[in-house]
Design a protein around this ligand. Sequence first.
Ligand code: ACO
Length: 427
Amino acid sequence: MTQKYVKAVISDTPDEAALPVLEGALGPSAVDIQTLYARYGLLAYDPGFRSTASCKSAITFVDGDNGVLLYRGYPIEELAEHSDFVEVAYLLMNGELPTPEQRKTFDLLIGQSNLLHEQIMNFFRGFRRDAHPMAVMVGVVGALSAFYHDVMDIRNPEDRMLAAVRLIAKMPMIAAASYTYSTGRPQRYPNNRLDYSSNVLQMMFGQPNDDYPVDPVVARALDRILILHADHEQNASTSTVRLAASSGANPFACISAGIASLWGPAHGGANEAVLKMLMEIGSVDNIPKAIARAKDKNDSFRLMGFGHRIYKNFDPRSRVIQKSTHEVLSHLGIHDPLLEIAMRLEEIALKDDYFVERKLYPNVDFYSGILLRAMGFPMNMFTAIFALARTAGWVSHWLELQQESHGIDRPRQLYVGKAKRKLPTKK
Ligand code: ACO
């Protein structure tokens, strides 16, 4: 078969063969290929979706070439400095920052929804004690759909908003309980006198029979981590949530699907993988060996926390996390040799031709593991904290999708299997 080609010519004058080019508010334009198959009998082939805009969205903008990340137009660095996670969640969901009155109502709603139904605690008890917190979260968040299914009408905007608020409100206790269950410690409840991140800390680390004085520097650092991880446009887990939601599925089940997708080491599991890698490297002297392994195509070892599908420049979140890591470690008086290894590794990799040519820069996960560990989080909770934060983005995309009318998502394929054939007759 001879290889055929399609030549794309961008023109200002429409003709019969032309496909429209859609302009976004920022970033690259997109060829509208919705009529491609109907008009030409052709499908678009884009495994990994490197050149596919799967939807229109007004929530988050990423410019990977210039290292820019905006939530509803606001730069991530400014939000990390001047906002807090609950305000950011409101912004992502509603499109604008809350007025003081709206913020008060939002806080109140979260305070009213942050407890778990006591029967939900039975689900935790059904897991093996050594279950990974992400496995527990996939199960428990999915199980929430059994508690709010019949009473919720996703065609009703008020019901939709309530489901979104419930998810944001309940996630701290779910994440905390997925950890405390493994330790055998009874679970503390949320305290409505505390802010969102302080509540995560007191439920994670506090004992029910004693006070837990939250360190404000640690709480602020956690809040910043949550802001940085709150959304990142159409990544694997968000696309998973949207795909699941396109069928009209229950929102708790959709978010559970997103948690499953986030778990992998190429996505949310990377900060855990970074820490394991730094421990394996063990000392600054072993860095050249690790770099050589990462460059060796016959070795599956990759420099975890380096590279990103979209960022071909510094991930703006990595700089904020790096600064926060230094602040928290110095505040807590921790000297972590892994930080030294990470900094040296970054320095060497950024000067190495292999990483420079491929535009591989540190991503958000490169320092976040060191920071979370300094704050007391066990390694297997890192991705759970990411899931807690990303819930704000997932529900915002879920809300946005409900207002669209393109129906169920149904990708096609390039079939490369057997042509039709006859079943052999059995002897
Ligand atoms: N270490 C060594 N080489 C790398 C790395 C890495 N971390 N990342 C990419 N490369 C190389 C690839 O081998 C490839 O080399 P080649 O062109 O010689 O074949 C080239 O760089 C391009 O790699 P791709 O896999 O095409 O890059 P892609 O954009 O698809 O991958 C990914 C992005 C998956 C994040 C990748 O960089 C990676 O595996 N990084 C480590 C895991 C990680 O940190 N993930 C977190 C992502 S951030 C997040 O989810 C919040």
